[in-house]
Every structure is written in C-alpha cells, then in structure tokens.
Design a protein. Structure first.
Length: 330
C-alpha cells in the first residue's frame, strides 16, 4: 500500500501526463486544534478533483470552489489562512478555535515532483524547500533529525518513510501488519531465517533482511524513529531480536504471545541476559492495544494502534505490561 506522499505524487504524475493543470497546497502552520499537522499536503486540479488532505473536508470544499473559479491557475506561491475569526473557524469546521496557514503553489514543477517521488520510492527520506519570494523549489536528502520549517518566507517539508519498522517473522500477521505500516509512512523490513516462511513473502515495497534477528537489529542501527515487533512465536528467534532491540533507542519494541508467555520471557531476559530492569520494562508484551483482537488483521490493527499511541506520546513505553485480561493478543 502506498504512503500518503506517494499517493499525492502519483496523482500529480498522472494529471501532468493527461495535460491537467493543478496546484499544490501544504499546511505550513497551525494554531489551536487543527485537523492536519504542518507538512500535510494535497494537490488540487482545476476541475476540482483532489488527492491528499489539509483538513477534515470543509477547507477542501472551499479550495475546490475557488479552483473551479479559476483562482489558482496562475501566479506565484501564496499564503492562505483559514479560521482567523471564530465565525470562520466555525464555518470551516475547525475545532477549538483552530487556525490553518496554507501555502498554495499554482503549477508546481513536475520534474521536481518526479525527483521527490523517485527518492521516496527508493526508501529515502527527502526534504522539499520552497522560497516564496522567488518561487524557487529544491529537493534534497533529509535525515530523521530534520523537522518541517516555516518562517513566513521559506517552507521546508519532509517526505518519505521517516519511520522504520522491523518485523521478525514472515507469518500471517506480518502480511497484514506490513502494508498497514506502509500506509502510515513506515519503511518496513522483514526478517525470518526460516525458509518455509521467508520464501513465500510477497508484500510489495517491503525489504527482506537475510540475517538472524539479532544481526538484523544491529545492522539496521535502530534510532528513535524505529520500531521492532517480534511475531514468530518462537522464543529462539524472537528473543534474539529483543535482546538487541531493548538496548537500542527504538521507540517501540513488542512481542507476540500471551501474558503468561511474556512473563516467562521477561524472566528469561532478567536471569540469563545482560538487560537491566528498565530495558526489560520497555517491552510491549502482549503486543498491541487490548481491543479484543483475535484474527491476524485485527491483531495487526492493535499493534499499529499501540505503536501510534507510543509514537505520539499518549501511551507510556511499558503500558503493555498492564493489559487487562482481554488483551489484544494471546
């Protein structure tokens, strides 16, 4: 499944080939409770078709109306503001007095959009820089430490798989988890030394790691934007990955299994390996939010929900230890 960035860029490529005119609209800054974060973007065709999103829909409706009226067909990049007054915020469905500052680019350079798409498709994180005074745009590589920027004249946005997920095990749950994670912008790696599982892995866009799980963790040099989920249900494999992942800066480390099995796992890690209690407490096991998951796609949803909560800072790293009896995975 393509990421949101890839969907926007694919539509831009298609519309340019078909001879349509379109504008690029990017969220530059927000105040209050805005529906979409800075860096969110969409493309808007002159006949009103859209791909992507900058709000929950009401602002898109206004932009579509203005595009169909020919307002965005020419000129240089410009700033649009929505929700400046309470009445406008209410009219456009912005909650809690939210305000959006958008940057609109009529007729963006399709060659640079192609370059951006190529970087993303090759697994790179890319940076797009727009100077409003002269309309100049550049595309270059970025690192996970970079952040979107906007000072009123220069807009810098990040695109591509800024987040990484290493899945240990190429089983059925992984086949649902991988494309769901890709849709959320993760670059997905899959490690499984068992030929009977790995040889049948056919999830497009994922990357196979042909080493043992502990070596895979070390080779990827995990950073704070990395996650590891062990799903083989084989302690000989899952524990190898966890031994290294729990010592890494990865923001999320989870393991499949019941509460009882994960308690035994924690005891093994404590007794036989050089992990501190603080490192062991980082383990999310049973993996996933307790939503009553039973089927592989439900379990994948529960895992990604918990990863998202941790990533967004609304769930502590060791929250999985306190799962209720109806835990997501048994």
């Amino acid at each position: 499944m393509d990421s949101l960035d890839q969907q926007v860029l694919a539509a831009a490529r298609r519309w340019a080939t078909e001879g349509h005119r379109f504008a690029l609209v990017t969220v530059a800054r927000t105040w209050g409770s805005a529906p979409r974060p800075p860096g969110a973007w969409m493309i808007l065709r002159d006949d009103g078709q859209v791909q992507g999103s900058v709000s929950g829909g009401c602002i898109e409706d206004d932009l579509i109306r203005r595009a169909q009226g020919g307002e965005f067909t020419a000129g240089g990049p410009r700033v649009l503001r929505y929700g400046v007054t309470a009445d406008e915020a209410h009219r456009f469905g912005l909650p809690c007095g939210g305000t959006l500052e958008l940057v609109l680019e009529p007729a963006p350079d399709t060659g640079l959009l192609e370059e951006l798409a190529a970087r993303i498709e090759s697994g790179q994180l890319a940076q797009r820089r727009l100077s409003l005074p002269n309309g100049r745009v550049t595309v270059e590589g970025a690192s996970t430490g970079d952040a979107p920027q906007w000072d009123g004249e220069t807009l810098v946005t990040l695109h591509g798989p800024a987040w990484r997920l290493l899945i240990i095990g190429a089983g059925q749950i992984s086949r649902y988890l991988a494309p769901m994670a890709q849709a959320l912008g993760y670059r997905v790696f899959v490690c499984d030394p068992r030929d009977e599982y790995a040889d049948g892995w056919e999830v497009p866009g994922t990357e196979r790691v042909l080493t043992m799980p502990d070596d895979a963790v070390n080779e990827l040099a995990l950073d704070p934007r990395s996650a590891v989920v062990a799903l083989t249900h084989d302690p000989k494999l899952d524990d190898l990955a966890l031994l290294e992942a729990l010592k890494s800066p990865a923001f999320y480390v989870g393991a499949l299994g019941s509460r009882a099995n994960n308690a035994k796992r924690r005891e093994r890690l404590r007794l036989y390996f050089d992990l501190t209690q603080a490192e062991i407490d980082r383990l999310h096991g049973p993996v996933g939010l307790p939503i009553g998951s039973r089927t592989p796609p439900e379990i994948a949803v529960a895992i990604l929900a918990e990863m998202t909560a941790v990533k967004n800072g609304v769930l502590g790293r060791n929250a999985a230890v306190t799962h209720a009896p109806g835990c997501a995975v048994r």
